[in-house]
Design a binder for this molecule. Structure first.
Ligand SMILES: NC(=O)c1ccc[n+]([C@@H]2O[C@H](COP(=O)([O-])OP(=O)(O)OC[C@H]3O[C@@H](n4cnc5c(N)ncnc54)[C@H](OP(=O)(O)O)[C@@H]3O)[C@@H](O)[C@H]2O)c1
Length: 165
């Protein structure tokens, strides 16, 4: 850990990068990394979508002044098919995918990642800045979280994840 954080800081000091961050860290690793780093660790990139509760990681990030960058927002194809997300989307003239990207960026300190090889979806996934989810809708989407909601968990690489709140 110390060697890796030192390497990231050296990249900042050399003017090679403006910001540094971490990925797939649990809260224990986040705390340790933050203690070791001279430059701010601006984000922890982790899996985050409606089926995975990341409250513990979000709370720790807030305490450390870090953001969370959410990957796997589409939850491996589950999001576009979800009835609740489609229902909320139809109220706003938006797709389920747009609802989830909006749900992410409407949370404090959350950055949404998005990936597509379909040109029309590229436009669709950017088109999320002209509507607002209500507090009830945000809560209903959080309510989709399940204990087995995590998708990315490679053996031998993944840390011991924080338990859902
Ligand atoms: N740090 C890590 O360990 C980690 C792990 C995973 C991913 N990432 C990074 O996270 C970024 C995002 O990747 P991701 O896999 O997490 O992306 P994602 O946005 O969750 O999923 C992309 C998949 O969803 C589909 N999709 C995208 N927009 C859609 C829409 N509007 N409607 C329906 N389907 C849609 C895409 O299909 P089409 O291409 O067919 O449109 C593609 O199969 C990438 O830069 C990736 O490198 C990091």
């Amino acid at each position: 850990m110390a060697e890796r954080i030192e390497g990231l800081n050296a990249a900042v000091e050399a003017g090679k990068v403006r910001h540094i961050g971490i990925s797939n860290f649990n809260t224990h690793q986040m705390d340790e990394a933050a203690k070791l780093s001279k430059a701010p660790l601006v984000t922890n990139q982790v899996e985050y979508h409606p089926y995975l509760d990341q409250l513990k990681v979000l709370e720790d990030a807030e305490r450390l002044g870090m953001s969370i960058t959410a990957y796997y927002a589409m939850a491996d194809g589950k999001v576009p098919k979800d009835p609740l997300l489609n229902d909320i989307g139809s109220r706003h003239g938006k797709t389920a995918a747009q609802v989830v990207l909006r749900w992410l960026i409407q949370q404090h300190g959350v950055v949404a990642l998005s990936k597509t090889s379909t040109a029309s979806r590229l436009k669709e996934n950017f088109d999320i800045f002209d509507f607002h989810l209500t507090a009830d809708e945000m809560k209903a989407i959080h309510g989709l979280a399940r204990p087995d909601g995590r998708i990315v968990n490679p053996q031998g690489l993944a840390p011991v994840w924080d338990k859902a709140a």
